[in-house]
Design a binder for this molecule. Structure first.
Ligand code: GLC
Length: 510
């Protein structure tokens, strides 16, 4: 059970309105009490913060915004003392344009060895005034920007995030060293950012599709820059590096691929340990669709002997309370996710039932998507609003200082603070704590298999051995439980012993 901390929005120790490493350390007790096993921290490295820290200037140093270099070992030591493991985020697809390598590349000019670590190319058209390909940035606009001397460089994200050339041996060596650097400092694992993007087709073919399809391709097979087969050699090498530090250092891949069998390739025995299951995250609140995703996932990952993982929210997507349109559904979804075989990833604030903040004023929007899309896509700030910890008015204990939080919090979060929910077993926090505690104790939960049970349309019912059952009702009718079961945990009140629509229960055979 891994809990994602978006460091910037978790807890602020120095009163500047932005979360930091010491703030996180001070709240580790809350996470231990919640019942998770590990914390994944989003990037806190030196960065100009164009993309919230995913534009890394120096991967071996903490940014002053987040703390000093002392804070990292202190965080790791405190987490270990509390029995929590720490995963860090490594961003191999690109660097910041302020990274020493990119500055050297710009200074050295066309044809230089410094430029070979990135993707610099001449433009098309008579004076080279057209980009080398029609590739688009994920954040909107072209994926190429022209340097002052006329060459173009590739950036699949913001122009301040130039893509590295992973065919260059120095790039490979640098990241292997970096992994050793952090593993040697006690870090337990690494989340790999854009793991599916590292290699580019050296022929640089045009995509030729329309813009929308290029940004969100329905099928990525044969794509020139997503999910190329060669990326797996990189991860085989990384696995060996992890092995130098014993059997317990783990990787999780952020790989947006279009089929479970493509995802399974990332978690073959000599590659990465786990990968986020975005098919589950992208699935609608629909029983048949969920069942299909669950089956396909278990089948594809089972075939390579890798554990399944499940995730409902993260710092890049609309929070699931809002996606599902209803806190009751979010409660039921949590019980479904936590009952499935394998591991799960929680995103900070889902245990408080936070919704997407959809009415942030335009002037505070910080996600590069907003500018890059010409103000047509607001971007991901709505799921990144600082957490409400306590009290009845913003900043809800997030910061001790007077500086405003870097994104404003809604006033009604007074009801959703960790403090307000802690004493109420009926709250979302109460539900997550109870579910995580049961998950730890119950021998049927965690790794293993499931068996589907007959149920009416719209109802998901499965059992796990020994003696555990889960029923999720996505239909419009209440569902009558069989007589030989006892309810261990329910997502909300039952309706005369029946599971109401948008309700879920965990069961024990009596
Ligand atoms: C990943 C991160 C996202 C970031 C992007 C570029 O998708 O999760 O937040 O913007 O990579 O690094």
């Amino acid at each position: 059970m891994v809990y994602e901390v978006y460091v910037r929005s978790f807890a602020d120790s120095n009163g500047d309105g932005t979360g930091d490493l010491a703030g996180l350390r001070s709240r580790l007790g809350y996470l231990a009490e919640l019942g998770i096993d590990a914390v994944w921290t989003t990037p806190w490295y030196r960065s100009p913060m164009v993309d919230g820290g995913y534009d890394v200037e120096d991967h071996r140093e903490a940014d002053p915004l987040f703390g000093s270099d002392h804070d990292v070992p202190e965080l790791v030591a405190e987490a270990h003392r509390l029995g929590l493991r720490v995963l860090i985020d490594v961003v191999p697809n690109h660097t910041s344009d302020r990274h020493r390598w990119f500055r050297a590349a710009l200074a050295a000019g066309p044809g230089s060895p410094e430029r070979a670590r990135y993707h610099f190319r001449p433009g098309r058209g008579r004076g080279g005034e057209l980009p080398p390909t029609d590739w688009r940035s994920v954040f909107g606009g072209p994926a190429w920007t022209r340097a002052a001397d006329g060459e173009w460089f590739l950036h699949l994200f913001a122009p301040e995030q130039p893509d590295l050339n992973w065919d260059h041996p120095e790039v490979r060596a640098e990241f292997e060293d970096l992994l050793r650097f952090w593993f040697a400092r006690g870090v337990d694992g690494v989340r790999i950012d854009v793991a599916h993007g590292l290699l580019k087709d050296p022929a640089f073919p045009d995509l030729g599709a329309d813009e929308e399809e290029i940004a969100q391709p329905p099928d990525r097979s044969g794509h020139p820059h997503w999910d190329l087969d060669g990326v797996h050699d990189i991860y085989r090498a990384w696995r060996k590096v992890a092995g130098e530090f014993g059997p317990d250092r783990v990787f999780v891949a952020e790989a947006w691929v279009d089929r479970p069998d493509r995802l399974a390739r990332y978690v073959r025995p000599d590659e990465l340990h786990t990968a986020f299951n975005f098919d589950f995250l992208r699935c609608d609140w629909d029983a048949a669709a969920l069942r299909e995703v669950i089956d396909r996932t278990l089948e594809a990952l089972g075939a390579v002997g890798a554990p399944a993982t499940w995730v409902l929210s993260n710092h890049d997507v609309v929070r699931h309370v809002t996606r599902f349109g209803d806190p009751r559904r979010a409660r039921a979804a949590a019980l479904l996710m936590l009952a499935l075989p394998g591991g799960a990833y929680l995103y900070q604030g889902e245990e408080l039932g936070l919704e997407e903040v959809e009415d942030l004023p335009e002037e505070v929007l910080a996600d590069p998507t907003w500018e890059r899309s010409g103000h047509t896509r607001r971007g991901r700030d709505g799921c990144r609003v600082p957490l409400p910890w306590s009290g009845s008015a913003p900043p809800f204990g997030f910061t001790a200082g007077d500086a405003p939080t870097w994104l404003p919090q809604p006033a009604h979060w007074a009801e959703l603070t960790a403090e307000a929910q802690a004493a109420d077993p009926g709250s979302m926090l109460g539900l997550y704590r109870a579910a995580l505690a049961t998950r730890r104790e119950h021998p049927a939960l965690g790794d293993g298999t499931l068996t589907w049970r007959p149920a009416p349309d719209g109802v998901l019912s499965f059992t796990r051995e020994p003696g555990f059952g889960c029923v999720v009702n996505l239909s419009a009718e209440p569902y009558e439980l069989p007589g030989d079961v006892r309810v261990l945990l329910a997502s909300g009140p039952l309706d005369d012993g029946r599971v109401p629509p948008d309700g879920a229960v965990w069961l024990a055979r009596s």
